[in-house]
Design a protein around this ligand. Structure first.
Ligand code: PLP
Length: 221
């Protein structure tokens, strides 16, 4: 496995997906999801020009972030949040993609550090999935907007896994529609975090501005 080859291939795919969607490359950020991957691999990906990394597990990520200790990297928390871990998340990360309840907004805000946050939407409405339902979006958005330190930047989703190889594109359309609603209400919240190794091209087609790619960069976990 060669990380620089992998990144080059992904960048090519991002380029063609953006062109096909008539979108500018500048509005699409590649977030390298480095959970369970070593600091050496992260450093290698950083060396290839990547500056945004996503982590899911707090303990593991705190160790890696401290050891890499680079001001050039933006760290994105993309895992489930326990409120008692909020202080540490706020200390180590600059972005949090998985805001799904008022308790977490308040706990992160109490850390007193500026944070860019996204509200996670359960677009597939699967019981097992995190994220809010559509009708909870505006009330939770208000709570984030009224917080002292949290900056509402947009929405995040993890659509359902393909069934018989078929992706449910409706979930991506719904995400795009919800993003339009949110932007109408609060224009700074214009980011959409959508798409993994499996589906980032579809994410880009439906307006994703942040794709979260793990295995296609770092190999299988
Ligand atoms: C692990 C993870 C990813 C990356 O998935 P890959 O299949 O490795 O690209 C993206 N988003 C979230 C929320 C994740 O937990």
């Amino acid at each position: 496995m060669d990380i620089s080859d992998n990144i080059e291939k992904i960048n090519d795919k991002i380029k063609s997906a953006a062109a096909q969607a008539g979108r500018s490359l500048e509005e699409i950020k590649l977030i390298a999801v480095s959970k369970k991957k070593s600091t050496d691999l992260i450093a290698a990906a950083h060396h290839c020009g990547l500056t945004n990394f996503g982590e899911n597990y707090l303990q593991e990520s705190v160790e890696k972030i401290s050891s890499i200790n680079s001001k050039e990297i933006d760290w994105h928390f993309i895992g489930n949040i326990q409120s008692k871990k909020s202080l540490q998340i706020a200390q180590y990360f600059s972005w949090v993609h998985t805001i799904d309840r008022a308790k977490i907004v308040n706990a992160l805000d109490a850390a007193g550090k500026n944070l860019k946050v996204l509200i996670q939407v359960n677009v597939s409405e699967e019981k097992s999935k995190s994220g809010i339902n559509e009708n909870e979006l505006m009330p939770l958005a208000d709570i984030v907007i009224e917080s002292k330190c949290l900056e509402l930047k947009g929405l995040m989703a993890l659509p359902s896994a393909p069934v018989d190889g078929k992706i449910n594109e409706k979930e991506y359309e719904k995400m795009n529609m919800l993003s339009d609603q949110l932007k109408n209400y609060y224009s700074p919240a214009d980011e959409i975090s959508l798409g993994t190794s499996q589906d980032f091209e579809l994410g880009i087609k439906h307006g994703s501005t942040m794709i979260r790619v793990g295995e296609s960069i770092f190999g299988k976990r």
